[in-house]
Design a protein around this ligand. Structure first.
Ligand SMILES: [Zn+2]
Length: 457
């Protein structure tokens, strides 16, 4: 008994053995194997999509999702799991009826755009004028705009370019006296599915209803106009802005072994539009980020820096979650941030977004981007084996934007968006569109890059 007490005391005095230096190749192989064989990401996405579903800012579903996310992070053994309250803007879709009354009666498929006002009680009606660009609209004489319903039938080029018409079309139309603004849904293809999304009124305009219609309906109206026929539409909507709402960002982490005060964020947004299930936008990104951090936490040795998964809220409407996180954590050093927010298709690699700290540039800094790509070159080889190793300058992500502005190295997962844009912000953003293998590939890409960034010397 005395002897064993003595041994215990001696052991207690001994310093802990130094942590073994992780062998990079071993870690990568382990993370890759784990990512491609786990079923956690898929199971979590099935639950989130089918048992919680759409999670718009201010909805009870978003609160349920935040509570669920916190419980999941705890069950995966992450450190410092907690929720952080933020304030979000909100909006009520209400009801929408939209139909042609001439040249013949026919319903159209539409979704009001975020922040849209409704129509006067009883609805409104008007002749249609169709344009396919800002220039075509500018060239219209005033009498072809005033009192009319403007249809922006703009062909899809890239999301970043075409979305400008959704965002600003109503303001531009209202300034010249239009009574409503309809935008062709922002998508390269369509199965008569309208796509919602946010829009904004300029301060100097009278808000008019802003509505997305389908590519098919926009084309129908355009072809009538080409034939000299003026369609006449009736619109009734009860959409309305509502008061700001409280919500919660949720996060958990793996503490770094050498530089725990430096953070690498793996981010996504937990909120979604109020249609569909938010399976690809952005449930997929969230389960990928969470699973990646969980896999990193299971490694025998932590990386040098802290790796933190952050589920932001409010991305689709007002980015209150991203702004709230950046404010709460402004004293922390964010070394790097990865965001997954372009669906669940195969990840080809990463868009790299690095800015000079404090710069207000709209574009990444090419030299800083090139330097960042060089720093993570070790991970390109393993990623390339699975066709996931392309790194090029691009957009990092909305939620991590404030961190990138502060100087964090930004990386946006570069998914194959072939199957994404057609269902983006629609009732069709549902779990059946997600391929579990592509989902797992995204987990692997985030885990490998997340570890690499967090363990850089
Ligand atoms: Zn999104």
């Amino acid at each position: 008994m005395i002897f064993s007490l003595f041994v215990g005391a001696a052991l207690a005095k001994k310093p802990p053995p130094p942590l073994p230096e992780p062998v990079y190749q071993d870690v990568v192989a382990s993370l890759l194997g784990d990512a491609l064989t786990q079923d956690v990401a898929w199971k979590d996405l099935v639950f989130l999509s089918t048992q919680i579903g759409a999670r718009f800012a201010g909805s009870p579903a978003l609160d349920r999702a935040s509570t669920w996310a916190q419980a999941q992070m705890q069950s995966y053994g992450l450190a410092n799991v907690h929720a952080e309250p933020v304030t979000l803007r909100s909006w009520s879709r209400g009801t929408l009826e939209i139909a042609a009354t001439a040249p013949f009666a026919r319903p159209l498929h539409g979704l009001s755009l975020g922040a849209s006002v409704g129509t006067p009680a009883g609805g409104l009606e008007g002749d249609v004028v169709v344009v396919d660009s800002w220039d075509a609209f500018t060239a219209l004489p005033d009498d072809r705009v005033k009192g009319r319903i403007v249809v922006w039938n703009v062909p899809f080029t890239t999301y970043g370019e075409t979305v400008g018409y959704r965002f600003a079309g109503a303001s531009v139309a209202s300034r010249r006296g239009a009574v409503a603004s309809l935008v062709r849904s922002v998508s390269p293809t369509s199965l008569d599915t309208p796509h919602t999304g946010v829009q904004r009124y300029d301060a100097d305009v009278t808000p008019i209803p802003a509505i997305a219609i389908t590519g098919e309906d926009a084309t129908w109206l355009a072809m009538l106009q080409l034939q000299g026929v003026t369609p006449h539409l009736r619109v009734a909507s009860t959409a309305a802005p509502v008061a700001d709402v409280p919500a919660n960002n949720v996060m958990g982490e793996v503490r770094g072994r050498e530089l725990p005060e430096e953070v690498v964020v793996l981010g996504c947004h937990l909120d979604s539009w109020d249609v569909g299930q938010g399976a690809q936008d952005d449930g997929a990104g969230c389960v990928q980020a969470l699973t990646a951090v969980w896999l990193i936490s299971k490694q025998p040795v932590a990386p040098r820096r802290t790796v933190r998964v952050v589920f932001y809220v409010g991305e689709e409407y007002g980015i209150g979650g991203a702004l709230g996180y950046a404010e709460t954590h402004k004293a922390e050093k964010h070394f790097a941030a990865i965001e997954a927010d372009t669906g669940a298709g195969h990840p080809f690699g990463f868009k790299v977004d690095v800015r000079k700290p404090g710069s207000t540039d709209e574009e990444p800094d090419a030299e800083l981007v090139a330097a960042a790509i060089t720093r993570v070159s070790a991970v390109q080889g393993p990623l390339k084996v699975l066709d996931m190793g392309q790194f090029e300058q691009g957009y990092g992500g909305t939620d991590i934007g404030p961190l990138i502005e502060q100087g964090a190295l930004g990386f946006g997962v570069w998914h194959d968006t072939t199957g994404y844009w057609p269902i983006h912000h629609t009732w069709a953003d549902t779990i059946d569109k997600v391929d579990p293998n592509d989902l797992d590939a995204g987990v692997a890409a985030m885990a490998l890059l997340g570890w690499t960034l967090a363990d850089l010397p």
